[in-house]
Design a protein around this ligand. Structure first.
Ligand code: AQP
Length: 323
């Protein structure tokens, strides 16, 4: 089975990216054919600074490797190193109903928050569909916010197949119930564009400050607290084992424990959890030539597969010379 997923280099990765997506990437590389890419073409809709985009892309690759992505097991590549992707995007664009894109919540949400929408942001789900379909992907590990885009991918593949004959494979999304929507410091979905993120590799002091600022209700120290509605508890659950989770939940319900103490527990647990990755990251950052080799090798493998599928698609719809 082929697993594929992409992640945007729009800033440093945060806990939502890790528990929603990256952790799944690492688990799935063990037994599946995994393709993971850094979505620099997608990031171009928000970053208009060439140096910064390049730098972010390299940092993203280092972060993924430090977090456990193994280039011997998974193929890691940069989206823009596979130019076939934009050929397939155009082909899919010609069969995409505008009404389908208007319904996509990533675009709708950003527009509602006053984030300027251009054609790139509006057509992002078509590029994402091409990302998935170009490699005959079966499974796409994502956070909850991306399920709709995988549905759009299925719709487009189905439409293409019904117009031109069976050509494209319909993918399934894979979402983990426990981390489908990681909350940010304001309790909303953790998201770079909502500026509520806690970055994985942030300086520990700065990270602590952010953790201590997580929004809670106004219950006093003595009051019993509800773990099920509390962002601090939701974040603690990501790092803790079952026993630790049950213990904190019990202390919440009993009262007598302040949110400050719970936040400190989140901070300590996160430092411990990502400690080994922080160390690996320092070593990887010092060796850019190995990093470039990994990305070049990944692009080569991804392109080989991408070319095969694009040939099939072009032949089906009458483009190019292969009929
Ligand atoms: N809060 C989250 N909870 C669970 N999963 C999440 N993901 C992102 N935020 C959460 C998952 O991370 C993967 C990579 O996402 P992306 O590169 O598309 O970035 P994003 O979704 O755009 O992340 P942001 O921070 O929300 O960025 P902006 O603000 O630029 O949109 C995806 O699988 C996503 O589901």
């Amino acid at each position: 089975m082929r697993v594929l997923s992409g992640i945007q280099p729009t800033g440093r990765f945060h806990w939502g990216n890790y528990f929603g997506a990256i952790k799944q990437y690492i688990d799935l590389q063990e037994n599946e054919q995994a393709f993971y890419f850094i979505a620099d073409l997608h990031a171009l809709t928000t970053i208009r600074d060439g140096k910064r985009l390049h730098q972010n892309t390299m940092e993203a690759a280092i972060d993924l490797l430090a977090l456990g992505l193994d280039p011997q097991k998974a193929t890691l590549f940069r989206q823009s190193d596979v130019p076939e992707i934009t050929d397939l995007t155009w082909i899919l664009m010609t069969i995409t109903q505008l009404s389908l894109l208007e319904k996509c919540h990533a675009y709708k949400d950003k527009k509602e928050k006053g984030i300027a929408a251009d054609a790139g942001l509006f057509t992002y789900p078509v590029l994402m569909a091409a990302d998935i379909l170009l490699y005959d992907s079966d499974l796409v590990p994502v956070g909850q916010d991306q399920i709709q885009h995988v549905e759009v991918t299925r719709d487009l593949a189905q439409r293409f197949n019904s117009l031109f004959g069976e050509t494209l494979i319909l993918p399934e999304s894979r979402v983990l119930d426990t981390s489908a929507k990681v909350p940010g410091i304001d309790g909303e979905k953790m998201s770079k564009s909502y500026k509520n993120v806690i970055e994985i590799f942030e300086d520990p002091k700065k990270q602590r400050k952010k953790v201590m600022s997580i929004k809670t209700d106004s219950a006093t120290l003595e009051d019993p607290k509800n773990p099920d509605t509390c962002a601090v508890y939701a974040l603690y659950k990501l790092f803790a084992n079952d026993e630790q989770q049950a213990e904190l939940a019990q202390r919440y319900r009993a009262g007598g424990m302040g949110y400050g103490e719970a936040k400190q527990a989140v901070h300590d647990a996160a430092l411990e959890y990502f400690g080994p990755a922080r160390e690996r990251r320092e070593q990887l950052a010092a060796d850019t030539s190995t990093l470039n080799d990994i990305l070049a090798e990944g692009a080569h493998k991804a392109r080989e597969k991408g070319k095969q599928v694009l040939d099939r698609v072009q032949a089906a719809c009458g483009l190019g010379s292969k009929h």
